[in-house]
Unconditional design. Sequence first.
Length: 201
Amino acid sequence: MILKFKREEGRRIYFTSDLHLMHKNIISYDNRPYATVEEMNESIIKVWNNTVQDSDIVFLLGDITLYEKSNTVLGFLKRLAGQIYFLPGNHDTDKAVNFYKENNVFKKILPPLQVIEYSLDNTDEGNFTFQLCHYPMLDWWKKQKGGFQIFGHTHGNLKNHDVAQIEISWPVWYRPIEIDEVLKYLTKQQQSLVTHYHFND
């Protein structure tokens, strides 16, 4: 099922992944700018809540934490602002996903592959299709017709991905990324779109 959204005043749409809350070793693995896992946890929550409003939508593309820490991380997740749509990643086991579902942590838990459409206006030129997945893909729905793919997982280590893809992992941006910024990144070679839709504003 395709989820459809349009640009609305007072509501923004964001993307992020690979928070790895409570995961001490991820600090050295990613060279994250935190001294302790406690600092990392609190910094993620602070940056998230300084960016996202309760009326906003956030697509969280997997790897919240290591699976065995799902119970521990519940308190952190309940502090996050926004309406969160969650797609599981490789560290999000069925047990963890069921735990999140039972505790009503998210607005909705989506399948590992999800297509969304986003409309800037009522024109064909202003309608965009995104394939969401925790993993980078070689091909995806409507790729040959201008569709984009948004992924996480590689923690910034996949340097030569397709120009129609963007990685939104936490260790790449260290904040949730807003959909107009995603479009600005993906359409930077198409100056007419950047100018017409005021992505620089």
